[in-house]
Design a binder for this molecule. Structure first.
Ligand code: PEP
Ligand code: MG
Length: 881
């Protein structure tokens, strides 16, 4: 016997998804666990691939297998194709491994012809029903399998209703429908030049060919590309005997989720229509009823339905999305699959399933995709108000979040509006670097052009700001200051709301609610925390960010970038004077002004972090970043310093660098001007002493020195830092413990980590710079070319986003090994952007880091990714056994 291409539902199982497709494998599974599934069979995905090899034709052996299976169905049901008393009718449905819009979906009532329609009348005693089914079939088959525009049939139908003076399809009588069948056949003949096929086997063959062909129609191909679904998977075809939801008032059809897919509530959620077939529910001609009403209409059927949903959930151990039909009071299941849901629902369902004893905590942890949590962490629209709001347009979900405000079309108008205390949304055709200020001030950003990596999208994500990009449905007129979507025109100052997580634009100002982090979410995260080994810290530079991070579960600060405190408007003059001083005395004077401010910053951060560890990094960026660039600022600064503007301009120019990222920055600043690091060290230690004295809390500040490449460099800088600490201790006649460590962000440091660990008590991997210097990709310029690497498939993702484990990761592994050789208890962490990216967090777990550190909003994501790393490790161990 040759290869088997057709499986009856009794032969398959849910494990055979790649061969039978999602729908087929689940129909088989339901059949075999004893649920009421109308008999049928599945033609495999392998048959689809062979169909293409055979020049898009079904081959004789396959047709033979189909005959045999069909005969089996006929035998089971005691019905036959074309039978004049009890005819078999079937549905033909596609079923790929992943459900895929754009492909042919369903043909119902296949098998109807001039004989079978008589049989249907005699078996049901319902002439109207029989002709209604026949006309539906001709229309569906012609449209879906043969490509005859549906419109042509609709026109004939409309005319018929007009002639009869009725409004609804249901008002047409049997005779009318019989006439309609005749006219529909004419439409077919006119379009195809052949009669409507009367042989059911011919109908079936054409329908199967249509399903297989639809696998490669342009919409399906684009969808696969977009979702990384391989083109060689093929689709299966399901042929299933029909049951009828349109056989009167004890029949019906519906779709349901076993739990609420929006909020996870453990209550069947869905809708149904009595006396209808599947397409009526979707088509929206009649308004379906809520499933809860089924309990009133047919209590016994509802009871059975509830039993079936319980069986399905227990069996699949997850929320299911199902289709069913009731034929004369008897329930049949037509489909089940794991239901799609919002993040909130996903968490609620996972927690409930654990509490119901259906899944383990480990399984629950794996069911949530870490990045999905993003949806929950930002303030979200009030769901009730949202439901009442009008959708204006849809674009790309470029950066998550919810934002409302008045629309402005120029960055400067946003800035002015903000100055008036308004909430503003920046609407642009596309953004460019000149729009930055407006982007910062805006609640959210909407662009008509540009993709997920356009300027607007990238910058907004970087800022954690809500953005909908590439919203091509809106026409933006920046000159007239209007935007148009369909028939609606909005002008400057009108309100819109944006949901950056799904890319939707709404009319009006929709109120928001703070995220709810307790309840099921809190319970879920407590399981996550029980499981994970990695600690999760945050990158935070201000008390506000620190507080936010603690709320999200941060266990310490892994990176406090002190330069951000220097940019403060009130401080920048002193910072500038410090930089342009031409003597040490002058510089020290400026530093003295900064000292109390920095001390206060650190004290406040310590207080918020309570006893949690805090790593403070000494100044890192090149100095000229702080300097005034325009003439007016230079003049003002010169005046405040009592020097000539010309001289100051020379100094500013002399500080310019050709390649600042590799220039005078990081610990190099301390080699040239040790007094800068000494001031910062003093502020860190004095603040900790104050905290001890004032609040009775003793912490161990972790002082981090950036950009070390050589052990001797660290020796030198550390000596200065310790000397300052000793000074403070002496002055205060007090002391505390402290740690001094370094970032590992220069490749040379990674591969000489054994030497560096002699001086460093901890390492924190600065994978932003390590990636920059490891690849030689400038962080500032890589945007110009890295997209091309991704587009051309050279990289799957930018290495600045997802850690390059093979290369940059290898340097980390080397550094971990070497560092521990010298100092077995060395503390190891990561504070580059990768510290909040799930796959990179998993890597950090595997190479044995102690903690990851990431921006506040990524803390819960990192916690979950760290827990998943442990669960996956356990599962692999089990598999190995
Ligand atoms: C890094 O280089 O990874 C890092 C955290 O430092 P920065 O991004 O401030 O250079
Ligand atoms: Mg760095």
């Amino acid at each position: 016997m040759g290869k088997k291409y057709v499986y009856s539902f009794k032969e398959g199982s849910k494990e055979m998804k790649s061969l039978l497709g999602g729908k087929g494998s689940n129909l088989a599974e339901m059949t075999n666990i004893g649920l009421p599934v109308p008999p049928g069979f599945t033609i495999t995905t392998e048959a689809c691939n062979r169909f293409y090899d055979e020049g898009q034709k079904l081959w004789p052996e396959l047709l033979e297998e189909i005959y045999l299976n069909l005969a089996e169905v006929e035998k089971t049901l005691g019905k036959r194709f074309s039978d004049q008393s009890n005819p078999l009718l079937v549905s033909v449905r596609s079923g790929a491994v992943f459900s895929m819009p754009g492909m042919m979906d369903t043909i119902l009532n296949l098998g109807l012809n001039d004989d079978a329609v008589k049989g249907l009348i005699s078996s049901t005693g319902n002439e109207r029903f029989a002709y209604d089914s026949y006309r539906r079939f001709i229309q569906m088959f012609s449209d879906i399998a043969m490509g005859i525009p549906k419109r042509k049939f609709d026109e004939v139908m409309e005319k018929m209703k007009e002639d009869k003076g009725v409004h609804l399809d249901t008002e047409l009588e049997a005779e009318d429908l019989k006439e309609l069948v005749r006219r529909f056949k004419d439409v077919y003949y006119e379009d195809m030049g052949t009669e409507f096929p009367q042989d059911p086997m011919k109908q079936l063959q054409l329908a199967i060919e249509a399903v297989f062909s639809s696998w490669n129609n342009p919409r399906a191909v684009i969808y696969r590309k977009l979702h990384d679904i391989p083109g060689n998977l093929g689709t299966a075809v399901n042929v299933q005997s029909m049951v009828y939801g349109n056989m009167g008032d004890t029949s019906g059809t519906g779709v349901a989720f076993t739990r609420n897919p929006a909020n996870g509530e453990n209550k069947i959620y869905g809708e149904f229509l009595m006396n209808a077939q599947g397409e009526d529910v979707v088509a929206g001609i009649r308004t379906p009823k809520s499933i809860s009403e089924l309990e009133e209409v047919m209590p016994e059927v509802f009871e059975e339905f509830r039993k079936v949903t319980n069986i399905l959930e227990s069996h699949y151990r997850d929320m299911q999305d199902i289709e069913f039909t009731i034929e004369k009071g008897k329930l049949f299941m037509l489909q089940t699959r794991t239901g799609k849901r919002t993040t909130q629902a996903a968490i609620n369902i996972a927690v409930d399933l654990v509490n119901e004893g259906k899944i383990s905590k480990d399984e629950a942890i794996l069911r949530i995709e870490p990045n999905q949590l993003n949806q929950l962490l930002h303030p979200a629209f009030d769901t009730k108000k949202l439901a009442e709001s009008e959708v204006l347009a849809k674009g790309l979900p470029a950066s998550p979040g919810a934002a409302s405000g008045k629309i402005y079309f120029h960055a400067k108008d946003v800035v002015e509006a903000k100055g008036r205390g308004e909430k503003a949304i920046l609407v642009r055709q596309e953004t460019s670097p000149e729009d930055i200020e407006g982007m910062i001030m805006a609640e959210g950003i909407l662009t008509a052009r540009g993709g997920m990596t356009s300027h607007a999208a990238v910058v907004a994500r970087g800022m954690g700001k809500c953005c909908v990009a590439g919203c091509s449905e809106v026409r933006v007129d920046e000159l007239q200051k209007t935007m148009k979507s369909g028939s609606i025109t909005l002008k400057e100052g009108d309100y819109i709301s944006l949901d950056g997580s799904i890319g939707t634009v709404y009319l009006g100002d929709i109120p928001k609610v703070e995220p709810e982090l307790s309840g099921h979410f809190g319970e879920f995260m407590s399981w996550v925390d029980e499981v994970r080994r990695l600690k999760v810290r945050t990158n935070a530079d201000t008390p506000k960010d620190s507080a936010q991070a603690v709320k999200f579960g941060a266990e310490g600060i892994g990176l406090c970038r002190t330069e951000h405190m220097f940019f403060d408007e009130a401080r920048i003059p002193a910072v500038r004077r410090m930089i342009v001083s031409n003597s040490e005395t002058q510089r020290k004077k400026a530093l003295e002004e900064l000292l109390p401010l920095q001390r206060k910053d650190f004290y406040e951060i310590y207080k918020i972090m309570e006893e949690r560890p805090v790593t403070i990094r000494l100044l890192d960026p090149p100095l000229h970043e702080f300097l005034p660039s325009n003439a007016k600022d230079i003049e003002e600064l010169a005046k405040s310093m009592g020097i000539a503007a010309e001289d100051l301009k020379d100094t500013v120019e002399s500080l310019e660098e050709v390649n600042p990222m590799l220039g005078h920055r990081g610990c190099r600043l301390a080699v040239t001007y040790p007094e800068i690091y000494r001031m910062q060290t003093r502020a860190i230690i004095e603040a900790a002493l104050d905290y001890k004295v004032n609040d009775g809390v003793e912490i161990v500040p972790e002082i981090m020195i950036p950009l070390i490449g050589d052990a001797d460099e660290l020796t030198y800088v550390k000596k200065e830092v310790i000397a300052e600490i000793e000074d403070v201790f002496r002055e205060r006649s007090d002391s505390i413990e402290y740690m001094i460590g370094t970032m590992i962000e220069v490749p040379r440091a990674a591969i000489t980590a054994d030497d560096i660990a002699k001086e460093a008590e901890f390492f924190s991997f600065g994978t932003n710079d390590l990636t920059q210097m490891g690849f030689g990709f400038s962080r500032d310029d890589s945007g110009k070319f890295l997209n091309a690497y991704v587009d051309k498939g050279i990289f799957a993702k930018s290495p600045f986003e997802v850690l390059d484990q093979r290369g940059i990761g290898k340097m980390m592994e080397i550094a971990v090994d070497l560092g521990r050789k010298t100092r077995p208890d060395i503390k190891l962490g990561i504070c580059g952007e990768h510290g909040g990216e799930p796959s990179s967090v998993e890597f950090c777990h595997r190479i044995g880091l102690d903690y990851v550190s990431c921006s506040p909003y990524r803390v819960p994501i990192a916690r979950l990714a760290a827990a998943q790393a442990v669960v996956k490790e356990r599962m692999n161990l089990q598999l190995d056994k």
